[in-house]
Design a protein around this ligand. Structure first.
Ligand code: APR
Ligand code: ZN
Length: 290
């Protein structure tokens, strides 16, 4: 686990803030509104692959499906041509299969302490809700499996109906018009959920922005990282430096590189929350964590 030393143009200029500085700011009550952006990296410790990690990510393991290129699995034209690859991927993500990990519970602890302004997630695995973070604090920017919509007559249905078909490898069909039913996951080119517009209010208000486990490659989500005020510390916790925090860092950016669980456990320790995290994990999972 290494603190990133990033400067403009790789000059090696030391970053002005450290993870410890940000933790002390939060402990001193200087950051009552913590805004969080997350991606698939936070769910890899739960056993769910991310998308782009070479070798282990979903996009490196789609050979068994007859798709032209990885992202096609989340594109409507291909879905209408052949929904089976997406449905097979969905089946692997069935909510019952995975549990939240220490990263999700760190974000839950932020909420329990009244510090979580909002959690913007790109993930569709539902593990943020499963960790106990209320829907009011969540923006599931790429949708979720909680509901589904007929691709022809636009009738909506509860996610349970969708799963009943997918789990037995049946293509879900609308009971009224027999159109294919697609879960309310945002495919490339589709509009994001209305709740995404909360960013217009949330990001200008934030006192600190935490960005965890994302490659910041997909818009419009990635650009949110630029929407906080210049005076606001942005903390990227990720295996590698990505997005604007890599190629045009601000003076109050902190880049914490390395394994997400190690980095989050380090932040929890710097915040003085190690015991509370252990108690929360014990209560929620029956296992002492950290
Ligand atoms: N520790 C540290 N970093 C990790 C770990 C880990 N254990 N696991 C993964 N990462 C990092 C990867 O190195 C990568 O930088 O998390 C990031 C995950 O990036 P992606 O796989 O691109 O996932 P994400 O950013 O969420 O993708 C965004 O792309 O295909 C679309 O809709 C899909 O929501 C998804 C979007
Ligand atoms: Zn229909």
């Amino acid at each position: 686990m290494v603190s990133g030393v990033l400067g403009s143009g790789g000059s090696g200029e030391r970053q002005k803030l450290s993870l410890q500085d940000v933790a002390e700011l939060i402990r001193a009550g200087g950051c009552p509104r913590v805004l969080v952006m997350v991606g698939a990296g936070i769910s890899t410790p739960s056993g769910i692959p991310d998308f782009r990690s070479p070798g282990s990510g979903w996009y490196s393991n789609l050979q068994q499906y007859d798709i032209p290129y990885p992202e096609a699995i989340f594109e409507l034209p291909f879905f209408f041509h052949n929904p089976k690859p997406f449905l097979a991927l969905a089946k692997k993500l069935y909510p019952g299969h995975y549990r939240p990990n220490v990263i999700h519970y760190f974000l839950r602890l932020l909420h329990d302490k009244g510090l979580l302004l909002r959690l913007y997630t790109q993930n569709i695995d539902g593990l943020e809700r499963a960790s106990g973070i209320p829907a009011s604090k969540l923006v599931e920017a790429h949708g979720s499996f909680a509901s589904a919509t007929c691709t022809v007559c636009r009738r909506t249905s509860p996610g349970e109906n969708f799963w009943a078909d997918v789990l037995v490898d049946r293509v879900p069909r609308c009971s009224v018009c027999t159109g294919i039913v697609k879960p309310d996951i945002v495919f490339f080119g589709e509009p994001l959920p209305q709740r995404f517009l909360l960013h217009v209010v949330d990001f200008p208000m934030a006192d600190v922005l935490l960005i965890l486990g994302t490659s910041l490659q997909v818009e419009p989500f990635a650009s949110l990282s630029e929407a906080v005020r210049n005076s606001v510390p942005r903390v990227l916790i990720n295996r590698d430096a990505v997005g604007p925090l890599a190629w045009c860092p601000r003076s109050r950016d902190v880049v914490q590189l390395g394994d997400l669980v190690h980095s989050v456990e380090k932040l929890v320790e710097l915040l003085g929350w190690t015991e509370e995290m252990k108690d929360l994990l014990q209560r929620e999972t029956g296992k002492a964590g950290c």
